[in-house]
Write a protein that binds this ligand. Structure first.
Ligand code: A2P
Length: 339
């Protein structure tokens, strides 16, 4: 029997995540019939490499989705809000990387290693979760299955590429300006990001947390099917180009030991255990950048709570935190076995 091939649109194909979506479709040999790279008017005529060809970027319009089977969106919330319903009306299934539909009860929010079964419930749109939430859950969920998580306290160390391609440009320009003794320019961030740490990711809410910080609890509950899960998170932007790191203190209902936790994490899909402090082995953003798997280390009994565990988890937020997770959702849709 010939395998089915899919017509795929990538909305935001010139962006940090969109470019990676195209690369991941190719590297994982997703059965693509036609690939349609879409972006704004500004990018029309630019080319995107796919399987040895240079495909022309087209402007996203309401007519872009005729004949498209799966549309991967990563062009910001406004574009998703306007164009995802147009794409589904044209018959495409949308996998959306923005936060627009994530908490919509009719939209599955999926990390394939955790809740691939939810994909089946889709009504045209499937949401890709927040990058920091995905990376954290890659280690937390297996522990939750074994020991039942009650709550976590987490601090994040987030790379500038999480703000899109312009985040990297801003960091590089500031580093160069400072090296030449010049003043830095700020466009993406409210303060200098070079040689700094900004406790401010996304917009502030009434409760003093940012929207990004609340995603950990809200999206975590939905993905893990755990409505009582609690998360108190501080999100920090740091001058790292790629890969987010998260320090997690987790409290479980069942007693937990480091040995038992390591045994669980060693078997977890999509996760590497890098945990031997006697040899200074722990995950580093620089090493995990451009890797598919997330990595966990610094696993220790938490000294401040009962049944508590502290750990450090790192993941490439453009890959597992966005593009790879989206393509994995497409694989679930297409009935392709996990790689
Ligand atoms: P463009 O490059 O033409 O501006 P990033 O998150 O890295 O900044 O990327 C955002 C992506 O979203 C880019 O591919 C960008 O295309 C795309 N995008 C932004 N605004 C629009 C728009 N109005 N229509 C279509 N694509 C858009």
């Amino acid at each position: 029997m010939r395998k089915r091939k899919y017509n795929i649109a990538v909305v935001g194909a010139t962006g940090a995540v969109g470019q990676e979506m195209v690369r991941v479709l190719e590297s994982r040999h997703f059965p693509v019939n036609q690939l349609m790279p879409l972006a704004s008017k500004r990018s029309v005529g630019k080319r995107v490499r796919f399987k040895g060809k240079r495909l022309i970027v087209r402007e996203l319009t309401k007519d872009s989705f005729a004949g498209i089977d799966i549309a991967l969106f990563s062009a910001g919330g406004g574009i998703s809000k306007k164009f995802a319903p147009i794409a589904t009306k044209a018959g495409a299934v949308v996998i959306d990387n923005s936060s627009t539909f994530r908490m919509d009860k009719t939209v599955p929010l999926v990390v394939p290693e955790i809740n691939a079964v939810d994909v089946k419930k889709h009504r045209g749109i499937i949401a890709n979760p927040n990058c920091t939430t995905i990376v954290t859950l890659m280690a937390l969920y297996p522990l939750h299955r074994a020991f039942g998580v009650k709550r976590i306290f987490a601090s994040t160390y987030q790379a500038v590429s999480g703000s899109g391609a312009m985040g990297i440009v801003e960091l590089e320009q500031q580093v160069k300006a400072l090296a030449r003794g010049r003043k830095v320019k700020m466009n993406v961030y409210p303060y200098q990001i070079a040689f700094n740490a900004l406790p401010h990711v996304d917009v502030f809410l009434e409760n003093g947390y940012t929207k990004e910080e609340m995603k950990m609890e809200n999206e975590g509950r939905k993905i893990m099917h755990h409505p009582r899960f609690q998360a108190s998170t501080t999100c920090v932007r740091i001058p790292v180009c790629r890969a987010h790191s998260i320090a997690v203190n987790a409290e479980f209902t069942k007693p937990v030991t480091v040995t038992a936790a390591r045994r669980v994490l060693k078997k977890a899909p999509g996760l590497d255990l890098l945990d031997d402090v006697s040899k200074n082995i722990y995950p580093l953003a620089l090493d995990i950048a451009e890797k598919d798997n997330c990595a966990v280390g610094r696993i220790r009994k938490d000294t401040a709570m009962k049944n508590g565990l502290s750990f450090w988890v790192v993941g490439d937020q453009i890959l597992k935190g966005a593009a790879l997770n989206a393509v994995q959702i497409a694989e679930v849709l297409a009935g392709i076995k996990p790689q």
